[in-house]
Every structure is written in structure tokens, then in C-alpha cells.
Design a protein around this ligand. Structure first.
Ligand code: GLU
Length: 305
């Protein structure tokens, strides 16, 4: 397979597309992003990296950060984390309150907002928000082998200013005893982790620890058992309530964010980052999802054969 040529074709098709989806507008700083952009980057198990389009432009990773906070929380708490958050797809909007009430304050999974707030609260225990964010950035920088990965303070402030619903979720969790730190601290940490910026090139490198490539020389950040579990959750819950559609079309575990990025893992083979700010009706990057469908098909990477 000529991956360079394939990425160039995918990027050219994305550039020519006129129906690009709609940029998320509920976080004002994200609403200003130019929707004409598209980038893709692929890290293969043999260490090679290939990119096309705007792969060196930083964007807000948003909910993709939930993968890194989950990896840290599992490292810190082990399986006891699963007493506080479930492992089932939700079928409701990512910021739903209804479901949290039905399920008595135990969020369905770590990738919906309520679940991610619990995960962030878990890693905050015994630390300050600055220490927790420092730990998260260290993990990501080590995974990406790149010190130049930072938080965009303007985006974090914009999220805080419009964070009424996340604040409501945190209060709801608190009422069920499932928030242990002061909620302003957990929310502040969460808004900042969502505001981490990366380019497609950095994001693809930061996902290599989830490839579980045999004989890889990469530093092992988490165990193979945890890698399998995080990938399973990405497959079943990683694309909001469009996760079934993504599994059907792409056949690979992935995690999207409202900034238009998607990190996708082809187990044992590749870590892929794609970004285009316009979103489809599920809130996932429209062109990013389409690009992944083509890439997985042409590379033969679907986990379903
Ligand atoms: N910071 C965003 C929120 O909590 C993340 C949304 C997302 O990427 O799903 O609303």
C-alpha cells in the first residue's frame, strides 16, 4: 500500500468537499475556527509517520483528552474506578443529565461528560489542579515525544464562561456522592484538559501507546490489558451517540472531540489523527469520519477483517 499517495488523495478529496458540516458554536472560542481546514497524520508500528493537509496546525483536542485522563485514572485507581463510572454506550447526548438521574449518579461511561468529570475528579484526589494538569501534560508529551504541547488558556476560559451544563452535571454527581474534590476544582481541571492543543502530527504520535505494537521500542506507558480495555471503550463509546455508526463505517476504535479532531487506533498497526472542524449531526468531524472510512477500507485496517 502506498500510504503517502493514499493520504494525499484523501486530503485532496477533503479539500474539494463543499458540505463540510458545522463548527461547534457552544464554546465561543471554537466557533471562530475556519472550517476549510483538514489534516491527517498516521504513525505506523514500524516507526514511520506520514501526513497530509493541515497536519501541522494546532487545534483544540477537547474530548480526546478523556483518553489520557482515563489512562491516568486507571493507573492510579486500578479497577476500583469502575465503582464510580460504567462501561456501556450511552445513546444519549454527551452532556445528558436525564441519564445520570436514572442511573443514580453513576455515569454510563468515561467518555460522556459526566463520566469524564468523575475520571478527572479521581485523578485530582490528593493533588492540586496545577499538579494534575502537569501530570496529564507530562503523560501526553512523553507519549508524543514532544515537549511543545500546551493548554490554550483562552479556550479554557471560554469553556468556563459557557460551562453551565457541565457545572450542573458536577453538582448532580456531587448530590450522589460521586464528586470528591470541590467541584470548582474538578471543573477547572476538566476545562483546561479539554483546552489542550495538538497538531495531527502530535496527536497521532501521542496515540502510539494504544497501538500495542509487538516488539515496539516505544516507552510502555500502560499495560497491554489496559490498552485493550481503553480501545474497547473507544470502539463502543468514543464517538458520542454516533459510536455505532462509526464502528459500522470505519471498524476501528476512535475518540472524537468537538474541536473536530479524531484519534483512531488500528491495533498493532497504526495510530491515526484526523482533523477538520466541521461536525456531523452526531457532533463528530464530518470530513474526519469520511476520511477514516476511506483510510480503514483502503488500508484493510478494520478490526473486523
Ligand atoms: N469541553 C467540552 C464540553 O465539556 C468537551 C466536549 C467534547 O469534545 O465532547 O462541553
Amino acid at each position: 500500500m502506498d500510504i503517502e499517495n493514499l493520504l494525499e488523495r484523501i486530503s485532496a478529496a477533503a479539500r474539494a468537499e463543499t458540505d463540510r458540516g458545522a463548527v461547534a458554536d457552544y464554546i465561543p472560542e471554537l466557533a471562530r475556527i475556519d472550517p476549510s481546514q483538514f489534516g491527517i497524520s498516521v504513525c505506523l508500528a514500524n516507526g514511520a509517520q506520514y501526513s497530509a493537509g493541515d497536519a501541522a496546525t494546532p487545534f483544540s483536542i477537547q474530548s480526546i483528552s478523556k483518553i489520557f485522563s482515563l489512562a491516568l485514572a486507571l493507573g492510579r485507581l486500578g479497577d476500583s474506578l469502575w465503582h464510580r463510572v460504567g462501561r456501556e454506550p450511552s445513546g444519549y447526548a454527551f452532556d445528558s443529565i436525564v441519564q445520570l438521574e436514572y442511573e443514580k449518579g453513576i455515569p454510563r461511561n468515561p467518555f460522556i461528560n459526566a463520566g469524564a468529570l468523575v475520571v478527572t475528579d479521581a485523578i485530582l484526589a490528593g493533588s492540586t489542579p496545577a499538579e494534575t494538569l502537569g501530570e496529564m501534560l507530562r503523560f501526553i508529551r512523553t507519549a508524543a515525544d514532544d515537549e511543545d504541547i500546551r493548554i490554550n488558556e483562552r479556550v479554557a476560559r471560554s469553556e468556563k464562561a459557557t460551562g453551565a451544563r457541565n457545572t450542573a452535571l458536577a453538582n448532580y454527581l456531587l448530590s450522589y456522592g460521586n464528586m470528591h474534590s470541590a467541584i470548582e476544582l474538578t471543573l477547572g481541571t476538566y476545562f483546561h484538559q479539554c483546552a489542550i492543543e495538538m497538531t495531527c502530527e502530535q496527536l497521532a504520535r501521542s496515540g502510539r501507546f494504544l497501538m500495542n505494537a509487538p516488539g515496539s521500542s516505544l516507552p510502555r506507558l500502560i499495560s497491554s490489558a489496559r490498552i485493550r480495555r481503553i480501545n474497547a471503550l473507544m470502539m463502543t463509546c468514543g464517538q458520542y451517540n454516533g459510536s455505532g455508526d462509526f464502528a459500522f463505517r470505519v471498524g476501528l476504535p476512535g475518540k472524537s472531540g468537538v474541536g473536530g479532531g479524531i484519534l483512531v487506533i488500528a491495533p498493532n498497526r497504526a495510530s491515526i489523527a484526523v482533523w477538520s472542524p466541521g461536525l456531523n449531526s452526531y457532533g463528530n468531524s464530518k470530513l474526519g469520519t469520511e476520511a477514516m472510512e476511506v483510510l480503514a477500507r483502503e488500508a484493510g485496517w478494520s478490526v473486523f477483517g
